[in-house]
Design a protein around this ligand. Structure first.
Ligand SMILES: Nc1ncnc2c1ncn2[C@@H]1O[C@H](COP(=O)(O)OP(=O)(O)OP(=O)(O)O)[C@@H](O)[C@H]1O
Ligand SMILES: [Mg+2]
Length: 279
């Protein structure tokens, strides 16, 4: 049996429309799901379906037109340090060192005593493996290190939920794998509630306790999957029959949704023609 207190976040019948009275586009329609406490909920969906819009709604950067979003039982009314987002683009301040970037938020808010802040920051910088890069500037860090510095910057606030919007997008394949392994370890060592948006299905499956597949626009939940691969996990488990079956099922649904986005829209036949000429 589950009850509402197992849920860190609840999204209830949320609809979001952009535009003015002349031109409107409903991006999210009747979206409902819950995010279990201390679990990683991965969200995948076709390109452009509205994943970042869902992130913005969860984090309070956007307000739903209809429906409700609850965080720990309370309505989300705006951005807060309880629900923090790590974006796909780097948000580190280039003129600050790793340490200064990590401590920037708490310092600005003045909500931690200086000694406690220093201790917490050094511990978190250790956790993400950046001890030797504590006093380096973002440009002196590799892409993977920059992402870890960003994680540290979010983690220091001890958010109730970490929301990640394609955090490893743009990294080269090797670095991306290393980051996946690193994040897997981090999640398995410290229980934390995560919402992890990605366009990489394998990344979603290996990290997730639950997997939500979004439909094409206007987006809503197309499929909910429980991912019961044993923990601790490693990337090799992706070649197990169980993982393969999750992947096959999810691919089928994603493919159907992606196809829908090619049908009906103006210019699509041009696009397909150009695409086939390319190949
Ligand atoms: N503030 C906004 N104003 C108007 N339209 C918006 C706004 N934010 C998002 N949209 C529209 O919502 C749709 C979905 O965009 P969104 O970025 O959420 O998709 P996505 O799934 O994250 O895309 P991607 O796969 O490229 O990351 C787009 O058509 C976009 O134009
Ligand atoms: Mg996006």
């Amino acid at each position: 049996m589950t009850d509402a207190s197992d849920n860190m976040m609840e999204v209830k019948n949320v609809t979001k429309t952009f535009g003015d009275e002349w031109e409107q586009e409903t991006v999210v329609e009747n979206l409902s799901f819950s995010v279990k406490r201390n679990q990683l909920t991965a969200i995948v969906g076709p390109s452009g379906c509205g994943k970042s819009t869902v992130v913005n709604l969860l984090a309070g950067f956007e307000r739903p037109d209809e429906g409700q979003i609850l965080l720990n039982g309370k309505p989300v009314t705006g951005p807060s340090k309880s629900a923090l987002v790590v974006f796909q683009e780097t948000a580190l301040m280039p003129w600050l060192t790793t340490y200064q970037n990590v401590t920037f938020g708490p310092k600005l808010r003045g909500d931690m005593a200086p000694d406690a802040l220093k201790a917490a920051a050094d511990k978190i910088i250790d956790t993400v493996g950046l001890r030797e890069f504590r006093d380096k500037y973002p440009l002196q860090l590799s892409g993977g290190m920059q992402r870890r510095a960003e994680l540290a910057r979010a983690l220091i606030n001890q958010p109730l939920v970490m929301i990640m919007d394609e955090p490893f997008r743009g990294l080269d394949a090797m670095t991306r794998q290393l980051m996946q392994e690193f994040y897997l370890r981090l999640c398995e060592q410290e229980s934390r509630t995560n919402v992890f948006v990605t366009s990489e299905l394998e990344e979603a499956i290996i990290l997730a306790d639950s997997l939500i597949i979004l439909s094409n626009r206007p987006t809503s939940v197309r499929e909910f999957m429980q991912v019961d691969l044993q923990r601790p996990r490693n990337l090799e488990m992706l070649s197990s029959p169980e993982a393969y079956e999750y992947k096959r099922h999810a691919m089928e649904i994603l493919h159907e949704e992606a196809l829908k986005s090619f049908k009906g829209g103006a210019g699509n036949s041009d696009f397909l023609e150009a695409y086939s000429r390319q190949g």
